[in-house]
Design a protein around this ligand. Structure first.
Ligand SMILES: Nc1ncnc2c1ncn2[C@@H]1O[C@H](COP(=O)(O)OP(=O)(O)O)[C@@H](O)[C@H]1O
Ligand SMILES: [Mg+2]
Length: 229
């Protein structure tokens, strides 16, 4: 994306966003609460109009496309709130993830391999799962559409630290399957543990970018996000 701006009621929240995600990469957008991560994701996903700039994905111009067209182009977005169907079973949530297509048996197998817990809980209502299991289900439901790019907004949101760490372990396995990942996180050490590259978003602008290693060693990042004096 080049020069993207987006916001609410005519106010730009993110501006001048240039970023690139290559096929097979895991890229982290790191930034504290209110930095504009969700706004940026909503703009990419077609849930919020871009006030400026361009978003190109796989040679398709997504800039003016509505959310369902963006999804159709191969981009899946998992919001921090997850938006599961709480009264429906794990299985039904997964089946609906493939909509309007039938679930692909191979994809179901992949999901169950990544998250064996979900297989055990197939008949359980999604709303009764633990936070960590709900996050697994949200990611899995998105995978059911066989996306090329999976955007995860704060996958650790609402999870206890130990569960958050486990969730990132699962993302590592997910990455190994070849799906491209764009992850927004405030939990910078976790984000940088799985990302190849990252961008630091501050007040709606990209302030720094680099490989995960570069960012983890950057004094500014260490001071602001890693709690190193
Ligand atoms: N629906 C909305 N209407 C107006 N302002 C919003 C809305 N959603 C977010 N904002 C504002 O946009 C800024 C960035 O928010 P957000 O993109 O949610 O940041 P992050 O995801 O990094 O925490 C904040 O100042 C927030 O108050
Ligand atoms: Mg957010």
């Amino acid at each position: 994306m080049r020069g993207v701006a987006a916001g609410y009621l005519g106010e730009k929240v993110v501006e001048g966003i240039d970023l690139e995600v290559r096929a097979g990469e895991a890229v982290a957008i790191i930034g504290s609460n209110g930095a504009g991560k969700t706004t940026l994701f909503r703009a990419i996903a077609g849930l919020l109009p871009c006030a400026a700039g361009r978003v190109i994905f796989d040679e398709i111009d997504l800039t003016r496309l509505r959310a369902h067209r963006v999804a159709h182009a191969g981009v899946a977005y998992v919001p921090a709130e997850r938006h599961l169907f709480p009264a429906m079973t794990v299985k039904t949530n997964l089946v609906l993830g493939a909509y309007p297509h039938r679930p692909h048996p191979e994809t179901l197998e992949l999901v169950f391999k990544l998250f064996p817990r979900l297989k055990e809980r197939m008949r359980q209502r999604a709303g009764t799962l633990s936070g960590g299991e709900q996050q697994m289900l949200a990611v899995s439901r998105a995978l059911m559409a066989r996306p090329k790019l999976l955007m995860l907004d704060e996958p650790t949101s609402g999870l206890a630290p130990k569960i958050a760490k486990a969730a990132f372990g699962a993302l590592e396995r997910l990455k190994a399957t070849g799906v491209t990942l764009l992850i927004a996180e405030q939990q910078v050490p976790l984000a940088l543990s799985v990302a190849d590259r990252g961008y630091v978003l501050e007040n709606g602008r990209i302030r720094l970018e680099g490989t995960a290693k570069e960012l983890a060693h950057n004094p500014e990042v260490r001071r602001a996000y890693l709690g190193v004096a």
